[in-house]
Design a binder for this molecule. Structure first.
Ligand code: EPZ
Length: 417
């Protein structure tokens, strides 16, 4: 099984360049099939989830030319299959974006239902609510979702919860629907804005992305485009927490500081120094750091995808911190792994009570999911002695060259097949 071996105790110092945003790229790749013309996408992260998504796009018949690790040309004119194979849905949840894209372009789609996962049930009722509002018939049969519509007509949709996936999926289905669709209580994450900007570069008419009300005026068709993905907010934040936890000094390049404001604010509350530049942030980890409280919320609140990483930093700060997970119901599974390294965290429902310790000690631990895996790497880099992290396949789904970037910062980490 794939694992990392980490010899901890070295403050990480130096520079790291952030890759393209995984969760923007997944929506943008699905959106790329909405036109029959060539689409050139740059700055895609070379991570497993993206590579699986490109396989799925090729599998339904589109032309996919991987120009290099970070650039792909896609042409959706040769799509012959409106059914996405189960294998792709089982490997990445974002395959469900094919429902919105295939429905939006061909008014027909069949996609296996996504499973829940380590962080929660993750239903898709709001996606279905949006598709039905646009006039699609939705049937669930044999573990698959069938969507079809004679005609897609604009609707006024009010989401019951703020959901990134449903906001993107309904945008994909509505861009060529007749009339003006309004989405209220929309998600506002940077990757929502990136998907909307990408669609607008193809001739879509989307306004308000980044606010909680998005207006989509349907167009007849979309044309080709060339587009570069924004930097990854969560990879940036992960390295920010790495600098804090190891008392290091890291210049994190190719970021959009505005997207990191909630993370910057919390690290500064803890006593760390965070310097902001046009396209970089520098984090200097304070020797003694203070406790603070976190509540994960939709953007611009503190991101749920940064919850494990900031909790590790808080577990090494003075005093007791309260971390409330406001989005998913099972996102503290890594706490029992951290306890093996000397972490003192008690979980009660969706609240973690974090008693800071002076330092972790190395142990063998297992990554329960993508972001928790990254958090355990941060803990191992701080810990005295050796840490072995098993099941690191999760980490490779969302972080490009993670161990290579850490070694370049002086971290002693090895990848074992
Ligand atoms: C996206 O997941 C991200 N994944 C997640 O990142 C991220 O944690 C999440 O957004 C929140 O920011 C991708 O973009 C591929 P949601 P998504 O729909 O879209 C509930 C990572 O580490 N909900 O915003 O699935 C849901 O249960 C991953 O990169 C419904 O109730 O998240 C959750 O409690 C992990 N009904 C909340 O909304 C629905 O129909 C937010 O989910 C949809 C969601």
């Amino acid at each position: 099984m794939e694992q990392y071996i980490i010899e901890g105790g070295t403050p990480l110092k130096g520079e790291v360049t952030i890759s393209g945003a995984k969760n923007a790229a997944l929506g943008i790749l699905a959106a790329s099939i909405l036109t029959d013309e060539d689409v050139l996408i740059e700055n895609i992260p070379d991570v497993n989830d993206i590579n699986v998504m490109l396989e799925a796009i090729s599998n339904i018949g589109a032309r996919v030319d991987r120009i290099d690790a970070h650039t792909v040309k896609i042409n959706g004119s040769t799509i012959s299959e409106l059914e996405v194979e189960d294998d792709y849905m089982r490997r990445i949840r974002a395959s469900y974006y094919f429902i919105g894209a295939l429905l939006g372009k061909y008014r027909k789609a069949r996609v296996p239902l996504p499973g829940g996962c380590a962080i929660g049930a993750r239903p898709i009722d709001q996606h279905i609510k949006g598709f039905r509002a646009l006039g699609a018939e939705i049937e669930i049969d044999g573990g698959s979702l069938y969507a079809y519509a004679d005609q897609l007509t604009a609707a006024h949709i009010f989401f019951d919860v703020v959901t990134v996936g449903a906001t993107i999926n309904v945008m994909l289905a509505a861009v060529m629907a007749k009339g003006q669709t309004i989405i209220e209580n929309a998600a506002r994450e940077p990757h929502i804005v990136d998907v909307a900007n990408f669609l607008n570069s193809m001739g879509a008419k989307i306004k308000g992305a980044g606010t909680d009300i998005i207006r989509i005026r349907g167009v007849e068709s979309l044309h080709g485009t060339e587009y570069a993905i924004i930097p990854d907010q969560i990879e940036s934040g992960t390295f920010m927490c790495m600098a804090a936890a190891t008392r290091g000094d890291i210049l994190i390049k190719n970021v959009i500081p505005k997207h990191l404001e909630s993370i910057t604010a919390k690290l500064q509350e803890m006593g760390n120094e965070v310097q902001e530049f046009d396209e970089a942030v520098r984090v200097i980890g304070a020797p003694l750091q203070r406790h603070t409280d976190i509540k994960t919320q939709p953007y611009p609140g503190f991101p749920t995808d940064m919850q494990p990483q900031i909790t590790v930093a808080l577990a090494l700060a003075e005093g007791t911190s309260i971390v409330t997970e406001g989005i998913f119901e099972k996102r503290f599974k890594y706490v029992e792994e951290l306890a093996r390294m000397g972490g003192r965290i008690r979980v009660q429902g969706n609240v973690a009570i974090v008693d800071g310790v002076r330092g972790f000690s190395g142990a063998t631990v297992t990554a329960p999911d993508l972001r928790a895996g990254a958090a355990l790497v941060i803990a191992g880099l701080q810990a005295s002695g050796r840490t072995r992290i098993e099941e690191i396949g999760f980490i490779k789904r969302g972080y490009e060259d993670f161990d290579k970037k850490i070694r370049a910062l002086g971290g002693r980490i090895r990848y074992l097949q």
